[in-house]
Write a new protein. Sequence first.
Length: 394
Amino acid sequence: MLKSYKTEIAPTLKQKEMINRAIGVCRFVYNFYLAHSKEIYETEQRFVSGYEFSIWLNREFIPQNPEFSWIKEVSSKSVKQSIMNAQRAFQNFFRHKAGFPNYKKKWISDIKMYFVRTDAKTIIPCERHRIKIPTLGWIRVKEKGYIPTNAKTHSIRSGTVSRKAGRYYVSVLVEEAESQKPVLHDWGIGIDLGIKDFAVCSDGRSFKNRNKSVCIRKLEKSLKRQMRKLSRKYESLKKLFNKSNNLKGEATRQNIQKQKLKVQRLHHRLDCIRTDYINQVISRLVKTKPAWITLEDLNISGMMKNRHLAKAIAQQKFFAFRTKLQAKCKAYGIELRFVDRFYPSSKTCHNCGCMKSDLKLSDRIYICSACGYTANRDFNASLNLRDCQTYQIA
């Protein structure tokens, strides 16, 4: 069984320089492969595979252009992996799974430095407080004891080093024995996701909207201020270039990079708080050991078209919740069910089954006109989702 672990690392200044150089080379090679494949396809009407491009790059292009020899100064595994990532992007486009691949942008796109063990006998050593990465050496891990250290039972196969908002992370893929799945109960849980409350469960539990907390509101207020500062710096840079003042323009450009980092850190901190809250909710749901969990197959892209609710829906991270819950249910052996998005879970009375077609979004209390059943709107929907018999298994 393969399991991934991701944690923050604290590299030295020299190691940061090596990581930044490797990430920059991977970005260049990725973009170079996209441009080269596009050019060959327009002239010769054929697709260049990643393997073919790698051979051409090492045997023809670099020897004929020695000014590009810096490509070979970083790990060859990282370069080959970036080429294969670009090939996979083309394949997804040909299979109509994604759009045409875009070029990776500096400081914006998520680019990773890849490393892998050379063979099955090779061990990537890891201790409680540090990990040894090929071409980088020993790097201190901030979260001590998180990555398994026993090489006999938990063997690290490969990993990536990434950079985000000035912080560095390592993600490793560990090969470990499959754990025994727990004994489950004979009942299930229905979950109704929403904006007022993040999730309302059929067992009576409800999880509040984390984005309404004081901590999030303060960070968002600070983010607005920092983004205003960044916008003003861009405007001042335009005025300086119009006046041809290059010295002040260079200083302003450096200040823009510093301000960009402040904005990125705030965005990253908000994302970490929301992701951590999702992990806590999933952990509390799965630890009750239900036989099944039922969710509604929400049309998130359609819901995002409502400009009044788009920001609130995006902040809830419903897709990340669904993906993480699916992986956790698979590990515990819990059946994850998805009900059709057009199933009227909110409009149906759980007591008598009567449908209330004139139910509005502002009606937070469900009152059945047939039997007089009264309940919270979201709780009634969660009960209907739990007992729904038409579903698809993830």
